[in-house]
Design a protein around this ligand. Structure first.
Ligand code: ASP
Length: 318
């Protein structure tokens, strides 16, 4: 059988970063090297079949936003629909990779693999980690039976639902929490540990239609994240209500979704004013388990930043 194409979409990040000296691993500028160049620097990438590249954006992912998400979802869907494309790799900054992964998972619902990858060292480092991560991501995208949105970093494959950046500078910066990784990439082969992630098609189609209309423009539902903590107050929530325009609030609650009473009082006011409130947790592991008498719904296992994306999408397709 003719080997199929892997499309590599570049969005920026440290993987495309440049530093003044090869020894410099922290003081660098992200998003400098084009995806064509990054891929050209990995000759063995075409050993098992052709790859194509496309630059979707060139940003530090701390600045990720709706316009790029809309364009990225559009390009992912475009390439997924091509019969000769086996899978897609997205190079991305590590800072918001988990949010983009969840967004693409929710709105594209791929039955082919879409694999986000990244680097913790810039492309100019003495020993950059990006090239191996890209090779691993291509190996995942070429794996027969692979499907859904996953992220690959340091040889570990994480589901879009579970992946979370948990370290500020180590090369293995991501975790799937207590769900555990989906697979390991071992010398170019995959050791599968769990099922591939699957999405909800109807919601994806509805959300994508709205996103196509909204594009880069205003109109994406405004959802903010507030955190419950010792000494919390309702001041931020009150200020948001006074300012107006907020449609949803995600609470990064303590423990199993508990909220400081002062913040809870403000959230109840917000809910009475028509704002959707969802409880997630600050805890890195576990999920909020529902208990009788819960005042606000929980996030269904999503951490605060993904719960925010989910609430935005749900507000879009109401
Ligand atoms: N600030 C960078 C980014 O997210 C960090 C990285 O890629 O590691 O684009």
């Amino acid at each position: 059988m003719k080997p199929q194409t892997i499309v590599i979409l570049g969005t920026g990040g440290t993987i495309a970063g440049r530093a003044a000296r090869p020894s410099e691993a922290l003081a660098y500028v992200a998003a400098q090297v084009g995806i064509d160049q990054l891929v050209a620097d990995i000759p063995s990438i075409t050993d098992n079949g052709p790859v194509e590249t496309e630059q979707v954006s060139q940003i530090d992912s701390k600045d990720m936003g709706f316009a790029i998400w809309a364009e990225l979802a559009n390009r992912v869907n475009h390439h997924l629909a091509r019969a000769e494309v086996q899978g897609i790799v997205i190079t991305h900054g590590t800072d918001t990779l988990e949010e983009t992964a969840y967004f693409v998972h929710a709105v594209c619902n791929p039955d082919k693999p879409v694999v986000l990858t990244c680097a913790m060292r810039p492309a100019t480092a003495l020993f950059p980690d990006g090239p191996q991560n890209v090779l691993d991501a291509v190996a995942v995208a070429r794996h027969s039976g692979a499907r859904g949105v996953v992220a690959v970093c340091a040889g570990v494959v994480h589901s879009a639902l579970d992946v979370q950046k948990t370290h500020t500078y180590q090369l293995d910066a991501f975790s799937s929490g207590d769900a555990g990784p989906t697979a390991y990439v071992e010398a170019g082969s995959l050791r599968l540990l769990r099922n591939w992630p699957s999405a909800q098609e109807e919601r994806a189609i509805a959300a994508m239609k709205t996103i196509a209309k909204l594009g880069a423009g205003p109109g994406w539902p405004r959802v903010e994240i507030v955190m419950s903590h010792a000494g919390a107050s309702g001041a931020l929530v009150d200020a948001l209500l006074v300012q107006g325009g907020v449609q949803g609030l995600v609470v990064a609650a303590t423990g199993n979704g508990t909220i400081h009473h002062a913040l809870e009082a403000a959230l109840l006011k917000a809910r009475d004013a028509g704002v959707r409130v969802v409880r997630s947790t600050r805890c890195l592991q576990g999920r909020v388990l529902a208990t009788p008498g819960d005042i606000f719904p929980d996030s269904g296992g999503l951490g605060p930043v993904k719960a925010r994306v989910a609430l935005m999408l749900s507000l879009m397709v109401l």
